[in-house]
Design a protein around this ligand. Structure first.
Ligand code: ATP
Ligand code: MG
Length: 560
């Protein structure tokens, strides 16, 4: 009996089926659970794929089984080596390992062909010469069976034509090989589906070896069977195809009998998830690439500062079921925030800087403070920040004429803390000729080092972050919002490009960050105190020209 580890993935209906299958007397009694993740290499993986990866690899892990990675490249038109490499990188980054079991569906073309001849010889497949238009016309409808005048042609004739299809004697569309199943079936997928079509297009791996290609519904069960897959987990749109999957497995002499189980796709609001649409965003220049931090791709989320744990936790929390659902984007953000809250160092940064001069602090003097990297985790240590007469603060932490309840700096004399340093009191400001505030003036209480006044008086103002102008670094900071302002850009009948949010990216140059960030490299993440979680951009940031991305704001808009 294979032992089960329940600490990994929460039990779901798929696991209930698997438990039955591996129990004594079950269809896979005594066998090791074996799954696969079969991406089509025609684009980058997205957060929906991350869920499928979680289900495929996570289920194998739970049962101490195996999970293969298979490029589903039976379609000759679209595959690209760039995508194959990126898919592998993304899966590894998510924390999964296919070990030495990396396959291409195209490696099985010869076996698929042999199985097709086997079907023909058994009278279970025939070459049909209906044109695509005739094929459609003769499909029948709910009450009327489909028809084909070629259905009862002699086996020898089909075999001969099929071999000549392979040899390249016929143009695209001239004929197909059809499985002989049931022209009257209520399930149209069973009405003698085409299992091979002619396509004179070179394939990225097999070159011009083939001009006939197997259809997905025929190829997929064979791929699974040849790899000894026990459980072929896929999304719900394949449910109506399962009878055909089983038919193929039952009618060829394949070495194993995999079982297909379907679960609901993951949908997220304010984004699109189909590769076709994501590609259109990239090719149309609406985003900077597949890894634009606003994209729902794995590489985009990575660049945005998402951690593998946050994505796995998101998949786990959403559960696995047959009920289609759309998850709020803010829940994905919630999962990231929860992870970063535990792991990200707290640092000080000022995104809209304005100079603050401490007028009673001597010019030329400076001192240092030891500050904790994490308030709840002493193991993360301390670091040093410098302090001097000239600082930067956030422009909106000063108001010359404060609104009601304003608890920050203004000439009204309210005392505020400079986080971890001193108590200060604003004394005024300096303006340019146009009347804009260009400098804030304040006095500090020398008896409040560390932020608490020696006499114990209550400080009513806020604790604001600051950076020392003598040591601050300049950085570019990119703020992101939803790529789509419409909550459902994927909905039928909508032009998703019309749903784009024109303000999804705001670039701030000349932000001031504390000096400790000068050496930060991706994938480092930080909490910029009072501002949010930010990560080093993994592409554009360089020492001396740092670029940070806002991963997620501090405030949680997700309602539990
Ligand atoms: P897309 O529609 O985005 O192009 P796809 O299904 O054509 O996706 P594949 O590369 O064929 O993309 O997908 C590989 C696996 O990932 C399949 O088993 C598919 O069911 C699964 N998958 C794709 N999108 C989602 C999703 N949104 N939620 C869960 N699983 C998904
Ligand atoms: Mg697909």
């Amino acid at each position: 009996m294979v032992e089960k580890d329940n600490t990994i993935m929460t039990q779901n209906f798929i696991h209930d089926f698997i438990d039955e299958d591996i129990a004594e007397g079950g269809r896979y009694a005594g066998q090791r659970v074996h799954t696969r993740f079969p991406p089509e290499p025609n684009g980058y993986l997205h957060i929906g794929h991350a869920k499928a990866i979680y289900v495929d690899f996570g289920t194998a892990q739970k049962y101490h089984g195996l999970c293969n990675l298979r490029m589903d490249d039976t379609n000759p038109t679209k595959e690209d080596v760039e995508f194959v490499d990126a898919i592998q990188e993304d899966i590894k980054w998510l924390g999964y390992d296919w070990e030495d079991r990396f396959y291409y569906a195209s490696d099985y073309f010869e076996q698929m062909y042999q199985f097709a001849e086997e079907l023909i010889l058994a009278g279970k497949a025939y070459v049909c010469q209906l044109t695509p238009e005739q094929f459609k016309e003769m499909r029948g409808d709910v009450g009327t069976p489909a028809t084909s005048p070629y259905r009862d042609r002699p086996i020898e004739e089909s075999l001969d034509l099929f071999r000549r299809m392979r040899a390249g004697e016929f143009p695209n569309g001239a004929m197909t090989l059809r499985a002989k199943i049931d022209l009257a079936s209520g399930n149209f997928n069973m009405r003698d589906p085409a299992i091979y079509r002619i396509n004179h297009l070179p394939h990225h791996r097999t070159g011009s070896d083939w001009c006939i290609y197997p259809m997905y519904d025929y190829a997929h069960p064979i791929e699974d069977a040849l790899e000894g897959i026990t459980h072929s987990l896929c999304t719900l749109e394949f449910e109506d195809h399962r009878p055909l999957y089983d038919w193929v497995i039952d009618n060829i002499s394949c070495p194993a009998k995999p079982r297909q189980i379907e679960f609901a796709r993951l949908g997220i609001d304010h984004t699109v998830m189909s590769k076709r649409k994501l590609r259109a965003l990239v090719e149309g220049g609406y985003v900077s690439g597949w890894d634009d931090p606003r994209m729902p791709t794995i590489c985009g989320l990575r660049r945005r500062g998402y951690t593998p744990a946050s994505i796995r936790n998101f998949s786990e929390a959403n559960g696995v079921s047959k009920a289609a659902s759309t998850v709020e984007y803010s829940f994905l953000e919630h999962c990231l925030r929860t992870d970063l809250d535990n792991t990200a160092s707290r640092v000080m940064a000022v995104l809209h800087p304005i100079p603050l001069t401490i007028t009673n602090y001597p010019e030329g003097q400076s001192e240092t403070f030891q500050v904790e990297n994490h308030p709840k985790n002493p193991e993360m240590g301390v670091r040093t920040v410098t302090f001097s007469r000239h600082l930067f603060i956030e422009a909106d932490d000063f108001m010359e004429e404060p609104v009601k309840k304003y608890k920050r700096l203004s000439p009204n004399g309210l005392e505020c803390r400079l986080k971890g340093a001193y108590v200060i009191k604003c004394t005024g400001c300096v303006k340019d000729e146009a009347g804009n505030v260009i400098e804030v003036l304040a006095e500090y209480d020398p008896e409040s080092k560390g932020g608490d006044p020696a006499d114990g008086r209550k400080i009513k103002g806020a604790a604001i972050q600051w950076v020392d102008s003598a040591t601050a670094i300049n950085a570019e900071v990119r703020l992101y919002d939803n790529l789509f302002s419409d909550a459902a850009p994927d909905a039928a009948g909508k032009d998703f490009l019309e749903c784009l949010n024109p303000n999804s990216l705001e670039v701030l140059k000349d932000c001031k960050l504390e000096a400790s960030l000068a050496e930060a490299v991706a994938p480092a993440s930080f909490q910029f105190m009072r501002l949010g979680y930010f990560c080093v951009d993994n592409k554009d940031s360089k020492p001396g020209a740092m670029v940070f991305n806002r991963s997620v704001s501090l405030k949680d808009s997700f309602k539990k």
